[in-house]
Design a protein around this ligand. Structure first.
Ligand SMILES: NC(=O)c1ccc[n+]([C@@H]2O[C@H](COP(=O)([O-])OP(=O)(O)OC[C@H]3O[C@@H](n4cnc5c(N)ncnc54)[C@H](OP(=O)(O)O)[C@@H]3O)[C@@H](O)[C@H]2O)c1
Length: 262
């Protein structure tokens, strides 16, 4: 039986730990505050605060699921400096923001997009590789959603769609449960690839998504700038389907309008 340590046992990390305990006997979840500890303990997950550096051994497996790539990078840097042993498998949660607004075909091999955010995400991934080496697996997740979290719930709270990105930018989405299933598979796979793109195509443009979401919520049509004429981003998830997530439970983005309550 393998012990899972989750650094960042929040919405995603907590789901991964719960799934882990379907077949394995031990999971420890590290958080920043004790707010989630009663829920984690009720699910059989040992709750802890702070850093797991002192608990790492070559026999455990580790998920890094802290909020945001900058915090993730600082966490890995801390592991390097503490000379923590590298567990036998380490999964690092990254984001499709790595690709920026790149249109056209996108796969694990596609280089980082232009701009400071993709560069900063790429730096976090490189720091991770330097520590984890061949034990490491990176999942680049699209935007996550579930009841009360994700773009639909945010729209319901705000009452209008943000105008921060062009209306024809492609939205990569994945349900928290599908992401958690893929992470568990990556923790257990005997010979995983180093990187997986984890989204559930077909993906809408922002205009398609927010039109449908506004309609469902009874809000006015989104007030977007004119489209830039961007070709859609086409995410190649063959590797994800083959190794980690053959049949997503939430295969269509429209399910985010049904299965995520405001
Ligand atoms: N949301 C998205 O659309 C999206 C898309 C792609 C990738 N991701 C990535 O997915 C991962 C998980 O996201 P999530 O939605 O599950 O996040 P979340 O619910 O906010 O969970 C993050 C967890 O990390 C804990 N944490 C924060 N700082 C910590 C620290 N210094 N030491 C120990 N624990 C700490 C938090 O503790 P508390 O419970 O005490 O707050 C929380 O339990 C993140 O890496 C995120 O960047 C998210």
């Amino acid at each position: 039986m393998t012990h899972l340590i989750v650094w960042g046992a929040g919405e995603l990390g907590g789901r991964v730990a719960r799934r882990w305990l379907h077949t394995e006997s031990a999971a420890t979840g590290y958080t920043n505050t004790p707010a989630r500890h009663a829920d984690l303990a009720a699910a059989g997950i040992t709750p802890r605060r702070g850093s797991p550096a002192a608990d790492l051994t070559p026999d455990v497996v580790l998920l890094l699921s802290l909020p945001g790539h900058t915090v993730q990078q600082q966490a890995v840097q801390q592991l390097v400096e503490s000379r923590a042993p590298v567990p036998r498998r380490v999964v690092f949660i990254s984001v499709t923001g790595y690709y920026g607004s790149a249109p056209g075909p996108i796969s694990e091999e596609t280089p980082p997009g232009e701009g400071s955010r993709p560069a900063s995400i790429a730096l976090a991934e490189q720091t991770f590789w330097r520590w984890a080496g061949s034990a490491g697996v990176i999942l680049r997740l699209g935007g996550l959603y579930c009841d009360g979290r994700g773009p639909y719930s945010a729209l319901a709270r705000r009452g209008k769609a943000g105008r921060s990105a062009p209306p024809d930018k492609t939205m990569a989405l994945i349900h928290y449960d599908d992401a958690a299933a893929a992470v568990v598979a990556a923790l257990k796979h005997p010979t995983p690839e180093p990187v997986y793109l984890a989204v559930t195509p077909p993906c809408p443009t922002r205009l398609e998504f927010y039109r449908a979401a506004c309609h469902k919520l009874g809000l006015p049509e989104p007030d977007f700038d004119p489209p830039l004429g961007l070709p859609p981003a086409e995410f190649d998830v063959a590797r994800l389907r083959r190794d980690l997530l053959p049949s997503p439970a939430f295969p269509d983005w429209r399910m985010s309008l049904v299965f995520s309550r405001p």
